[in-house]
Design a protein around this ligand. Structure first.
Ligand SMILES: Nc1nc2c(c(=O)[nH]1)N[C@H]1C(S)=C(S)[C@@H](COP(=O)(O)O)O[C@H]1N2
Ligand SMILES: [Mo]
Length: 256
């Protein structure tokens, strides 16, 4: 574990420039957030229009460019009794919980998610440690799930709570989690993926469900998602910085 942390710190120093490159996107997000803050009377469709208009897409690739080897990074099999039980039943007992600042809390099975509108995209994953890989992802647009759950007007962030404890020594604060704002949550390429390269999402890559948020670095793309929480503030979650690696020094906004 400590070796991972040392490597991470070195990677963090080496990519300072890369992380800074996200700053202009950050101010763009702030602008949209301000528009939203002043527009509480907008209905959800109006809000979606504001959020999705003019957002650049991450580059998509032809199938011929899919990487033959895609590194599996961080947790590759959550080491908890709950997850082991889910694997034994091939995730039939798994439900995605959506809760927090929503009018309709939801609990969806994998079959429920597979029956929803889907999007498939071939994109490049960039890890802060300095490797990249191209893969094809299929899943439900997060915007669809949020629309089904009916966001409250004060909804500001979407938090993804994962099954794996990457730093067991810190108890519940060692559980992996991530968060994004509504600009990224409603971006058309932000999906909850249940398939990779045309097959059921394998365990090392986050089965049964993982986030793809294509305009940010790999550590934002939460694997093994169990719960989605909609919040107006994440300072009380984990160590308060919005994600497992953010709590350990990474930037919250990891735009590429
Ligand atoms: N739950 C969880 N999600 C996670 C991680 C993790 O350890 N646990 N690692 C992150 C990091 S640093 C990267 S680069 C990607 C790796 O995704 P991959 O295993 O599909 O390559 O997942 C991200 N999401
Ligand atoms: Mo990463």
């Amino acid at each position: 574990m400590s070796e991972t942390f040392v490597n991470r710190r070195a990677a963090l120093a080496a990519t300072g420039g890369l992380l800074l490159a996200g700053c202009d996107k950050l101010s763009q997000s702030n602008t949209v957030q301000k528009i939203l803050a002043g527009a509480e009377s907008l209905n959800l469709d109006g809000q979606r229009l504001v959020l999705t208009s003019g957002q650049p897409l991450a580059r998509e690739y032809p199938a011929s460019e899919i990487s033959r080897v895609f590194k599996a990074n961080g947790t590759v099999r959550p080491d908890t009794d709950e997850y082991r039980r889910l694997v034994l039943t091939q995730f039939t007992g798994w439900r995605l919980q959506v809760e927090g600042l929503v009018r309709k809390a939801a609990s969806w099975s994998l079959d429920d998610l597979r029956a929803m509108p889907s999007r498939t995209q071939i994109t490049r994953h960039d890890c802060v440690e300095g490797w990249s890989a191209i893969g094809e992802w299929t899943g439900v647009p997060l915007s669809h799930l949020l629309q089904q759950s009916e966001l409250m007007p004060n909804a500001k962030y979407v938090v993804f709570r994962c099954a794996d404890n990457l730093d067991g020594s810190q108890g519940a604060n060692g559980l992996y989690y991530e968060s994004i704002d509504m600009v990224d949550a409603f971006h058309p390429q932000t999906i909850m993926a249940y398939a990779m390269n045309g097959k059921v999402l394998p365990i090392p890559y986050g089965a049964p469900l993982r986030l793809r948020v294509e305009r940010q670095l790999g550590y934002k793309m939460a694997k093994y998602v169990m719960r989605i929480q909609v919040v107006d503030d994440f300072s009380k979650i984990g160590f308060g910085k919005g994600g497992f690696w953010e709590d350990r020094g990474y930037e919250w906004y990891a735009g590429i």
